[in-house]
Design a protein around this ligand. Structure first.
Ligand code: ADP
Ligand code: MG
Length: 239
């Protein structure tokens, strides 16, 4: 335990929460299939970044997470690796993971990263295109596994009567760049997130929140809505 604390201090990795799993030093220490390790290496990722060292083990254990680390520190792979591991392969059960991003450009980049890190698994990774908003029907998304989207489009589809997209089988809800999302408009993202959460009606649904900075609204939301979560802050010493 002291040893682990020393490692975290050296990494400037501040963690809070119960029974936090140890950080890894190398990707091949992860208990995941070798194809995933190969995809990381093919992407040119030789060594995990600090946030990846800790966030991946936390989510692999199925724990909810708030991870704060600077822009450019590899947060995308930090959530994609455990999500890909948990979903295993395509199942035709509809969306089992949803990744909410603040901008369309970021959603596209995240989808591309998901495609390359899950290479060989055959997942169907979907982006909601504005032109296609009228083409959704209650069962049209059954063939997909992972959804990457901005919040407005998703909430538009959820608000149709009856809803034309189902999130009932979602196991992981990832909120990326949470600090940016929570600062859009007065409470508007809070309300959208409320709708999204209600649609993610699976009892075992877990939340992963990723942010560059720990803003008060992000921290408060997590305390109110995520039971027994682990918080990681990169760049701060461990207490
Ligand atoms: P963040 O979301 O924290 O801003 P990104 O996930 O966008 O960071 O990653 C920033 C850049 O670092 C990307 O170009 C990504 O491909 C690269 N990257 C991510 N993880 C690693 C790694 N382990 N080794 C090398 N490069 C990485
Ligand atoms: Mg990012």
């Amino acid at each position: 335990e002291q040893e682990v604390n020393r490692t975290r201090n050296q990494l400037r990795l501040n963690v809070t929460g119960k029974n936090v799993p140890e950080p890894i030093a190398l990707f091949d220490q992860l208990s995941v299939n070798t194809d995933l390790i190969e995809n990381l290496s093919r992407a040119g990722y030789d060594e995990p970044t600090t946030v990846q060292k800790q966030a991946i083990t936390v989510m692999l254990e199925g724990r909810q997470l708030l991870a704060c680390a600077p822009t450019g520190s590899g947060k995308t792979a930090a959530f994609l690796v455990p999500v890909i591991h948990h979903l295993k392969g395509p199942q035709r059960k509809g969306f089992r993971a949803v990744i909410v991003c603040p901008t369309r450009e970021l959603a596209k980049q995240t989808q591309r990263e998901c495609v390359r890190l899950s290479f060989g698994r055959g997942f169907r990774i979907h982006i909601i295109h504005k032109k296609a908003l009228t083409q959704y029907a209650p069962n049209s998304s059954q063939k997909f596994d992972i959804l990457v989207t901005t919040p407005n489009r998703l909430c538009y589809l959820l608000k149709q009567e009856p809803p034309v997209i189902s999130l009932a089988n979602v196991e992981w809800l990832i909120i990326d760049e949470a600090d940016k999302l929570f600062e859009t408009g007065l409470n508007s993202f809070r309300e959208q997130l409320e709708e999204i959460l209600q649609a993610c009606s699976n009892k075992n649904r877990k939340i992963g929140m990723f942010s560059a900075t720990l803003t008060p609204s992000v921290g408060e939301w997590c305390k109110e809505n995520m039971r027994d979560f682990i918080q990681i802050i990169v760049g701060q010493k461990n207490s």
